[in-house]
Design a protein around this ligand. Structure first.
Ligand SMILES: [Zn+2]
Length: 457
């Protein structure tokens, strides 16, 4: 259950004096500015999380949170001497209804019914008001609510306009989303996940990057302190700079023990993205090393272990990935389902054949996805079920096995097969531009690392 960790040593302390410190601060500041823009932070999901990350969570706002008793007025709209509407920030309390909100601010009791009608007409669920988030209220001089504004997920905004006599109209404003390219780069000190988190690379980009390189790298073991990753991807933000989503990865590199691996995305005439190496060679369709997204993985492999249910040590032909119940399970390569059913020991389990030579097993599933049954074709990365604890199991985990010609092999210790197939050539201009960006960002990180001595020893 230990978190992913590649190196347990802490970075060596900085021993810096005099002018060196000043120069270093200047260089570091420049590097930090370059790599910390925009300033949002996206926290990677923790393995101890009880539930998958909820995509519908309202983005955190930099707003002062005020309880009912602390309501303050912001910039009155009116000029001195005139009485105009005022704006207040109201924090929705658990159990708040429209009636309670109207009553709490002393607005007319005729308002809530009219507001509810407006929400219904606009297709907005009233649960949007019960989330413990802040809403902005405009209060007229006579104490009526004349406007209500609330942030919704993905930068959208809910607006209610009107009054408690004539009624309200509700609208949902969609933000203008701007796509910005971001180049992020970092040096591994403790683990790849930590290094990526430090430069605010979102979890979905971390997962995508791992999948790009996982057939060639075991991310939890092969990476060493001082290894460098770089990634170029699009960030989608509102015009106010609010983060909406990130992706896809356009190019990525991983410098590992002096050797650098590249993956550069190119969409050809077939309309599908393919990845290429630094020489323009297609990377092919490699097996994924991890049947769960990387940021969800929490346990490693052992040949002989104490079986938690059978109470004895027995060979364990698989890797147990502890993960929250319901975590999506993916097939690691294209193939055909050869078994999908239940057994007393394995619980819900799926077997997939990947050609004549390879096969994989997925055990203890909570659910098998609908449509996954014997004879069905699946493609690499497709979700086939969810993590559970069915069969002989003490807690939610995925038991994953990999077979080569019917014999179990450890997929964490072996090179994984690649199915190469013909794709068109990458445009030389795209290849060169991507390589330039990656190399430049590697260079900057390398310089910064040397300065802080992370690579020492
Ligand atoms: Zn197991």
């Amino acid at each position: 259950m230990s978190p992913v960790q590649i190196c347990s040593k802490d970075p060596s302390p900085l021993l810096l004096r005099g002018t060196v410190v000043i120069q270093l601060v200047v260089v570091l500041a420049a590097v930090m500015i370059k790599f910390s823009l925009p300033a949002h932070r996206v926290d990677l999901p923790r393995v101890s999380e009880a539930a998958p990350v909820d995509d519908m969570l309202v983005p955190t706002q930099a707003v002062e949170h005020l309880a009912m008793e602390d309501i303050v007025e912001e910039d009155p709209v009116s000029a001195p001497g005139q009485i105009g509407p005022r704006i207040m920030v109201y924090r929705v309390q658990s159990g708040d209804t429209l009636s309670r909100i109207w009553a709490n601010v002393g607005a007319p009791t005729s308002g809530p019914v009219l507001a509810a009608k407006a929400f219904k007409a606009a297709g907005v669920s009233l649960s949007a008001l019960r989330s413990g988030e802040d809403i902005e209220l405009q209060i007229s001089p006579v104490g009526d609510i004349t406007a209500l504004r609330k942030k919704l997920p993905e930068g959208r905004e809910l607006l209610l306009d009107g009054d408690s006599n004539l009624g309200y109209t509700a609208t949902v404003a969609n933000p203008k989303i701007v796509k910005k390219e971001r180049v992020a780069s970092g040096t591994i000190t403790l683990s790849f996940a930590k290094a990526a988190e430090r430069v605010s690379v979102p979890a979905n980009i971390v997962d995508e990057l791992v999948d790009l390189f996982s057939s060639r790298v075991e991310f939890r073991k092969d990476l060493q302190r001082g290894d460098i990753f770089s990634v170029v991807y699009d960030e989608h933000v509102t015009k106010d700079g609010e983060f909406i989503k990130a992706g896809p990865i356009k190019a990525a590199s991983l410098e590992k023990g002096g050797r650098t691996l590249y993956a550069i995305r190119y969409v050809g005439k077939d309309g599908k993205p393919h990845f290429y190496d630094q020489n323009g060679q297609p990377l092919g369709n490699s097996f994924l090393r991890y049947p769960l997204k990387f940021t969800r993985i929490s346990s490693a492999f052992s040949y002989a272990r104490f079986h938690p249910v059978l109470k004895k040590t027995r060979p364990h032909n698989g890797i147990d990935y502890a993960a929250p119940l319901g975590t999506p399970v993916r097939t690691v390569a294209d193939g055909v389902v050869t078994h999908a059913g239940y057994s007393l020991s394995a619980g819900n389990w799926i077997k997939i054949s990947h050609g004549d030579r390879y096969a994989t097993d997925y055990l203890h599933l909570h659910r098998i996805s609908s449509g996954i049954r014997k004879g069905v074709r699946v493609s690499r990365g497709q979700v086939i079920g969810t993590v559970g604890s069915t069969g002989l199991s003490t807690g939610p985990h995925l038991h994953f096995s990999f077979y080569d010609r019917g014999k179990y092999v450890n997929p964490l210790r072996n090179d994984l097969p690649t199915n190469s197939f013909a794709v068109e050539k990458i445009s030389p201009a795209v290849l060169q531009a991507s390589l330039d960006k990656l190399k430049q960002s590697q260079q900057i990180v390398r310089l910064a690392s040397l300065l802080v001595g992370v690579r020492g020893s």
